[in-house]
Design a protein around this ligand. Structure first.
Ligand code: GLN
Length: 277
């Protein structure tokens, strides 16, 4: 019989051998998921045996992680803003960096506002905003119908009402909003081959690729969003490394005022927002 702790050690070894970063963390999280245990179990009950089913299921999940399939695709979910979001290979896995975007919006969001989330993916941004406010109207759009199915499921699981519309940016959107938020694809095409395998091979390419200079979607969104904002409405954009200056210029050029750049927890410029004239 294999003990919990022995099985964990095998998991760590196999992930290390496969050069998975944070092998010990992922080995532990997979074991906890399969055995329904918490993080203390390893220390407090590590000598307890696991069942044959747990043993086999664990090694099969370790084998997948060893092939650099993201942990979130194996678990089927990712936590974001303290909420659990279902993820599939059809949506970008929610990133902790994006919590900075949500937190900035929350500083300005009032009950009853209308929010549009462009490139909503799993819906994590819009649904978090709805969860932490009252009586807001939430619309999310995405070019991917498959992504919207995931977003719909997430709304249902969280007991939230949102409307998800298949749309290439603003193409099928009408009406006006107080808040428009977006985390669009922003990686320059030429940088994609250098990304981690987990991201390059398993996040949807269409959720990453921001065109030759990575800025295509910022030009489109800053150019068009004003048509969908009430006067005094606000546009919030997540940005990638080194994009703050260009995106600030696009926003000012399009007629936004009080354009502001905010940093994430790592101290990197991560969000640009401004007020529509
Ligand atoms: N933040 C993601 C990454 O680091 C990219 C997401 C995006 O392009 N919006 O891979």
């Amino acid at each position: 019989m294999t003990s919990y702790q022995e099985l964990y050690r095998r998991g760590v070894e196999q992930l290390e051998a496969a050069s998975v970063g944070e092998a010990d963390l992922d080995a532990r999280l997979l074991l906890e998921e399969i055995c329904g245990t918490d993080r203390n179990y390893l220390l407090s009950h590590g000598e307890n045996p696991v069942t044959k089913e747990q043993h086999d299921a664990y090694l099969s999940s370790i084998e997948k992680r060893g092939r650099h399939i993201p942990l979130q695709h194996i678990l089927g979910y990712q936590e974001f803003m303290g909420l659990k979001f279902q993820v599939t290979p059809q949506v970008l896995i929610p990133r902790q960096d994006t919590e900075t975007l949500v937190e900035e919006v929350l500083r300005f969001l009032h009950d009853g506002m209308r929010i549009l989330d462009v490139c909503t993916g799993s819906g994590c941004i819009l649904l978090s905003l709805l969860r932490y406010s009252n009586d807001c109207v939430g619309v999310g759009c995405d070019i991917s119908g498959e992504a919207l199915k995931v977003a719909d499921k997430n709304a249902a699981a969280l007991g939230l009402e949102a409307e998800f519309i298949q749309s290439n940016l603003f193409e099928n959107i009408d009406g006006k909003y107080e808040i428009i938020v977006s985390n669009p694809p922003y990686i320059a095409s030429g940088e994609i081959p250098g990304l981690m395998e987990e991201v390059r091979e398993h996040d949807p390419l269409m959720a990453l690729d921001g065109g030759e200079d990575g800025l295509v979607f910022y030009r489109e969104i800053t150019g068009k969003a004003g048509e969908f904002l009430y006067p005094g409405g606000m546009l919030f954009l997540e940005i990638g490394c080194g994009q703050a200056q260009a995106v600030t210029e696009y926003m000012k050029g399009a007629g936004y005022r009080d354009v502001t750049v905010c940093r994430d927890l790592a101290g990197l410029d991560r969000v640009v927002y401004g007020v529509w004239r």
